[in-house]
Design a protein around this ligand. Structure first.
Ligand code: ADE
Length: 229
């Protein structure tokens, strides 16, 4: 999978060099490149923003540098996925991460200020599969951290990326419920005991207990997932 990001702060993506993603890159499963949007400006000040038509607070990112960036980054005849990070987008979910993990080429367009001129989104649809995506109902200063969140969630689902495929199947959200609580040795710690059923060796009982825990946790922490809200 080829992943790219366009941003005015390409250095933000430095942490992706580390840890598991770094290893996946070394193994040739993923490539990543961050691009500086200002490389596609032509004025002395490398201007990327301007005042909004219709008035209002803040600045809007100008369309021209983005247009030139995509002219260069979207290969003729290919159809990558271009993700515009925005709090006004569709929600990023485990299901969307699973879909995106099948992609060959994803380009993240990280907006700053009050967002990117909307015509960039419309124009990019002529040569890419375009998604406007939000990572949650809160506002960040820019899309870089949001892109990193999505990159981590997507790349760990690439076949061969994680050592233990089962831990992906069992984790929170992959079946619409939160994960059950986990315990390890020692069986007794600071007066707190591991639930006895987990020490029993009865697989069917353990399964039943875990399912009940999943439901209880989901009801308590995320009733919306059960359709209660
Ligand atoms: N940019 C600013 N806030 C964001 C959010 N919640 N999700 C994605 N991109 C953003």
């Amino acid at each position: 999978m080829r992943i790219e990001a366009v941003s005015i702060f390409p250095d933000y993506f430095q942490p992706l060099e580390l840890s598991l993603l770094g290893k996946a890159r070394e193994a040739g499963l993923v490539s990543f490149q961050a691009h500086d949007l200002r490389a596609w400006t032509h004025d002395r000040h490398k201007t990327v923003d301007d005042t909004p038509y219709g008035g209002g607070a803040g600045m809007v990112m100008k369309p021209e540098p983005w247009g030139e960036a995509f002219d260069q980054l979207i290969p003729e005849g290919s159809e990558p996925v271009v993700i515009f990070t925005t709090p006004a987008g569709i929600p990023f979910t485990q299901g969307l991460a699973q879909e995106l993990a099948k992609s060959q080429h994803i380009i993240f367009a990280c907006g700053r200020y009050e967002g990117i001129d909307q015509r960039v989104v419309e124009h990019t649809k002529t040569r890419a599969k375009v998604l406007e995506v939000s990572i949650g109902d809160y506002v960040l200063n820019g899309g870089e951290v949001a892109a990193m969140v999505m990159i981590e969630a997507i790349t760990r689902l690439i076949p061969g990326f994680m050592g233990n495929a089962e831990s992906i199947v069992e984790e929170s959200h992959s079946d619409g419920l939160l994960e059950y609580p986990s315990f390890t040795k020692p069986a007794s710690w600071r007066g707190l005991e591991v639930p006895t059923v987990l020490l029993s060796g009865h697989h069917a009982e353990i399964e039943k207990w875990r399912k009940a825990q999943q439901l209880e946790r989901t009801e308590r922490n995320r009733p919306d997932l059960l359709g209660y809200l």
